[in-house]
Design a binder for this molecule. Sequence first.
Ligand code: GDP
Ligand code: MG
Length: 597
Amino acid sequence: TDLNHIRNFSIVAHIDHGKSTLADRLIQETNTVADRDMKEQMLDSMDIERERGITIKANTVRIEYTSDNGDDYVLNLIDTPGHVDFAYEVSRSMRAVEGSLLVVDSTQGVEAQTLANVYQAIEADHEIVPVLNKIDLPASECDRVAEQIEDVIGIDATGAIQVSAKTGVGIRETLEAIVNELPAPKGDADAPLKAMLVDSWYDAYLGVIVLVRIIDGKLKKGDRIRMMSTDAVYPVDRVGVFTPEMKPIDELGPGEIGFLTASIKQVRDTRVGDTITHEKKGTTEALPGFKPAQPVVFCGLFPVDNAEFEDLRDSIEKLALNDASFSSEMETSAALGFGFRCGFLGLLHLEVIRDRIEREYNIELITTAPSVIYHVYLKDGSMIELHNPADMPDLSTVDHLEEPRIKATIMVPDEYLGDVLKLCQDRRGIQMDLTYAGSRAMVVYDLPLNEVVFDFYDRLKSVTKGYASFDYQMIGYREDNLVKMSILVNDEPVDALSTMVHRDRAEMRGRAMVEKLKDLIPRHMFKIPIQAAIGGKVIARETLSAMRKDVTAKCYGGDATRKKKLLEKQKAGKKKMRQFGKVDIPQEAFISALKMD
Ligand code: GDP
Ligand code: MG
């Protein structure tokens, strides 16, 4: 296809504003997929994405469209994830295209993720076409929302397209705007090959699949390609495009987006943002590189049944093949046995991986409390990165600690602003900005990441009845008065319950945790003290009183089957417990104990 008849674009939106539905309509209107093969949310391929209605991996589709001007165009849509955890994936796929559709729900208006994503598009120099969606709903207010887009984002929204991705109104206009308002890609077919490695993933049948954007030159089956960052050379087995199924084609030229396979063994052998060229007569100038995404949240994953440790290792290795931003190392815990300390981009990423292990590999897991990476400066001048509070060095050797901070942007209707400010204040936030856009406030806070990773988002949703939106970015490390708090059950420290807390809040947190644990741990035949301690000093204490009778005692008489059933039930319940010393701790305690309400 000649460059003038190609348009590459992405869709940016806040979650639930209709990005996937709009993509479906664009695919359907252009007959890219036969009606009988059309499913909802075409581009969201993984089951978990479908169930939760979120898009995780960037997905791509090539759409052929005959414009009202009579010409045939190829439109390449790269769908990007909408969740904060995956901001990095958004930014890299943005660099592979020239324009964006900015979708805003006309019943809601601009939200925090609208802002975060549109700023990424602006940073990638995109031409932006605003689209007001859900105009079929009575609450739709196109004029107000267009004005808000101009006020808050600062782009011209007078020509915004009014769309209902549900009924199909405005879809044709959207396709015309893509052709007429977005720029064609630039590139030189006769120059040496220069292609951007946008993404890669593992496919059970084809091995590693590499999503590429060709900048200059041509890529064909049989070519020998070189990855410029590693100098590794591979013969290309296939090149093709996504329709959205993978369809082999003969060659990819400048401006095009497609895939290649080349017997690459693992996803780790590919670097996102790398430049791909030919082994011989290749280009000498690489594209500006990307930094790999770094995990920021860590937690332990342990099999409920210790016998499943090897299966867990296997599943983690398989998942890591497909996800370079997920890290793991073996960990042993006195309370939980053998498991893995795993690193994630954020809490959603953690949940997705945990769900996949449980569901696809059928392994029941105990997940320990998520923690961030602390920088521990020792008296000898060295610094260690602490991924697990249980590894905190002896206090006498520690000089000071630093913790990661974020800049959080929250948008919220006026009436909930007070609750949001209180929540941020309670989480040790420092207010940086407060502005209004219509009846919505936009507040910016500097917050410790560790106060956010756990349940901040849930709390925010609940105090604002779901009306707040939230986005964040890392801003760096800062010193604070942080200590390790240990929990002792029946006088023994339970390593998996250790947490890092701010000294000023330690008493409050410790009290809350021991009270929670008192409810979560079932009674035993003996009395169980539950304590929170800092460096040997107990700061909070509860006592779980002893149980009087055997569970079966209450079925007097000789109902043997009922007695047996009860005992079986108790045994099944035990599987979900961890024996610690003489005490059984249920697995949900390891997470629930940390929730703050
Ligand atoms: P995404 O999170 O941005 O991908 O949003 P989805 O495409 O999954 O849409 C979120 C919800 O809004 C779904 O329940 C859609 O059916 C609904 N939706 C999307 N577009 C429209 C529309 O134009 N009108 C109405 N009434 N609902 C829509
Ligand atoms: Mg979606």
